[in-house]
Design a protein around this ligand. Structure first.
Ligand SMILES: Nc1ncnc2c1ncn2[C@@H]1O[C@H](COP(=O)(O)OP(=O)(O)O)[C@@H](O)[C@H]1O
Ligand SMILES: [Mg+2]
Length: 333
């Protein structure tokens, strides 16, 4: 592949299923043949790192971590930060130090500008991740796709991520009375472009958790009617499927294929593979996630990827879903 897919999964408001979306997109990209890396910049609980069950030293202040590398004070090899999930996606896990990024950065800026007799404002504080990923480690040579799940509140980190990756994917959720509220997003992209002096692309907006209520359907209609941005797919309200990801320690594809289910046994909640019923609407959701990743790869980045999704569901016939003609072929032997 000669084209590099890079995107920050960003949303202004919290709880828009960002982490879920990032994990599913990453696995979908990997399944279409793109070597994929995700970078977890969120130090809080319930992040990508815990979803994929990696990052065992995320609370150890002595352990080497991404912040030390961004600030150019590594405690080890950069490559040793990278872990591989059991679905093949590589990940740079989160670390508690991400929460103190700005204060650590301020110290570094004070020190370096003092040494060089430089003005603080001249310090390229948003270009550090860019330098690390592309100049120092040339990750563009090693990966076809890189996604970042940022912590929306940590401005310096978010700006570093956007400066390095340049493209946004925006998950949104029906809010309040179900009104479309993306004015904030466009304004924010404009502000960031001015502040960082770069161009930022909005790959697409992805409404998620859309239910069958009138308000939600109306919300959906507003997206279908606008041509201000692309909305290649809408992800329905799939709480059971997405929540099971946290038990399966992986994507929605893994949940369905390994048939993970959470249920009550002898008065206690347990989660096990081999229990989930195969539901058409969940297969449809996997297809949509795959379609979304395919849109990002081909429409936004002009990359050459596989358009066939093969599902190997435990104790069921394999399924092969071809995106191009949207025709779901019969089970293969
Ligand atoms: N399409 C969906 N429909 C319903 N619930 C969802 C959906 N996607 C994710 N969830 C659930 O919502 C919760 C929050 O999702 P998460 O991705 O962690 O949000 P964020 O990263 O934006 O805070 C999780 O428990 C997740 O399983
Ligand atoms: Mg999150």
């Amino acid at each position: 592949m000669d084209c590099m897919i890079t995107a920050v999964v960003y949303s202004e408001s919290g709880g828009t299923f960002k982490t879920t979306m990032t994990a599913n997109l990453a696995v979908a990209l990997e399944r279409m043949g793109a070597r994929t890396l995700v970078i977890d910049l969120d130090p809080q609980e319930g992040n990508l790192t815990s979803l994929f069950d990696v990052g065992t030293s995320r609370s150890d202040p002595d352990a080497d971590n991404l912040v030390k590398h961004i600030l150019d004070m590594p405690d080890g090899e950069f490559d040793d930060l990278i872990e591989t999930t059991n679905e093949g996606v590589d990940i740079i896990p989160s670390h508690d130090m991400l929460g103190d990024f700005t204060s650590n950065l301020e110290q570094k800026i004070s020190y370096e500008t003092g040494m060089k007799n430089m003005n603080r404002d001249e310090y390229p504080r948003f270009e550090l991740l860019y330098d690390l990923l592309w100049n120092e480690h040339e990750l563009n040579q090693r990966y076809d796709a890189i996604l970042v799940d940022p912590n929306a509140r940590a401005e310096d980190l978010l700006y570093n991520a956007i400066y390095a990756l340049r493209t946004l994917i925006a998950p949104v959720k029906p809010a309040g009375k179900g009104n479309l509220s993306l004015d904030g997003l466009e304004e924010l992209v404009g502000n960031m472009e001015t502040q960082l002096d770069i161009e930022i692309g909005l790959s697409c907006v992805v409404p998620s958790g859309v239910g069958q209520t009138n308000a939600h359907q109306q919300y959906q209609q507003q997206f279908d009617d606008t041509d201000a941005f692309s909305t290649p797919v809408t992800i329905g309200n799939r709480e059971s499927l997405m929540d099971a990801m946290w038990e399966a320690r992986g994507s929605a594809f893994k949940v369905v294929e390994e048939r993970w289910k959470t249920f009550k046994r002898d008065g206690e909640m347990v989660s096990e593979p081999g229990q989930r019923r195969l539901r058409d609407r969940e297969i449809e959701t996997l297809e949509k996630l795959f379609e979304l990743a395919h849109f990002v790869a081909t429409e936004t980045f002009d990359a050459d990827v596989d358009s066939v999704l093969e599902l190997e569901v435990q104790d069921h016939d394999n399924r092969r879903i071809e995106l191009m003609d949207k025709e779901q072929t019969e089970a293969t032997p």
